[in-house]
Design a protein around this ligand. Structure first.
Ligand SMILES: *Cc1c(COP(=O)(O)O)cnc(C)c1O
Length: 221
């Protein structure tokens, strides 16, 4: 199956109102160009250096999304062009993104990453922390960042029921946040192995890598 065939298959399986982020991390420029030729314009990366290199080499109408955990001292490299940061997972990071947005004279769109998995290794805000942040004076004072949705990653498990429960809990929280904050209307949940469950739980944006580009041959750290 080619990258184009894979994209076609996935587009048949996701409703038209759900947007697709093609996760191209570790994959070469030639693979991204194949997806681009098919018509895909939104790509996600999880490392800033790789994101910057690919942005420099590829057509400028690509929307680049940052989906991985971010070191604050590297935000400056992507701030001029990144179109959505899914992984805003701490107050200090958001403060830095706002600062870099100001330096670049733009508003950087972000999703608040919510910790829904039971694994200790996953990052993110609790529901209470997210609500407190959205209602805070600091957030009001951040003029160069806009929170436009929520992102979550389910526990890495084969237990479909557990994944469903985690996504469902986030869906309920998202609906609450969406009702009380205008401009929050993205729910980024769903990867190659769990996007059908995510879509059943109200996903508006899926982040799919290996089902488009094939397995990644590196050890995930
Ligand atoms: C790698 C990654 C994905 C895509 O994973 P696949 O299983 O290859 O679809 C989605 N979201 C995040 C945050 C990732 O790091």
């Amino acid at each position: 199956m080619s990258i184009k065939d894979n994209l076609e298959n996935i587009n048949l399986k996701i409703p038209s109102e759900v947007s697709l982020v093609a996760v191209s991390k570790t994959k070469p420029i030639s693979d991204i160009l194949e997806a681009y030729e098919y018509g895909q314009r939104v790509f996600g990366e999880n490392k800033i250096q790789e994101l910057v290199e690919k942005h420099n080499k590829l057509p400028k109408d690509i929307e680049w999304h940052m989906i991985g955990h971010i070191q604050r001292n590297k935000v400056k490299y992507m701030a001029p062009f990144v179109s959505l940061i899914h992984s805003a997972d701490s107050y200090r990071l958001i403060k830095e993104i706002n600062k870099q947005g100001k330096i670049n004279n733009r508003v950087i769109n972000c999703l608040l990453q919510i910790k829904i998995a039971s694994e200790e290794s996953k990052f993110g805000f609790t529901e209470t922390e997210a609500t407190d942040f959205l209602n805070s004076d600091e957030y009001v004072s951040f003029k160069n960042i806009k929170i436009i949705g929520l992102m979550g990653m389910a526990t890495f498990t084969d237990d479909q029921r557990k994944i469903d429960q985690e996504f469902n809990k986030l869906k309920i929280f998202y609906e609450k946040v969406n009702r009380s904050n205008s401009g929050i209307n993205i729910l980024s949940i769903g990867m190659s192995d769990d996007y059908p469950i995510a879509i059943r739980n109200g996903s508006t944006m899926v982040r799919i890598g290996s089902s488009i580009f094939g397995k990644r041959n590196y050890i995930k750290k």
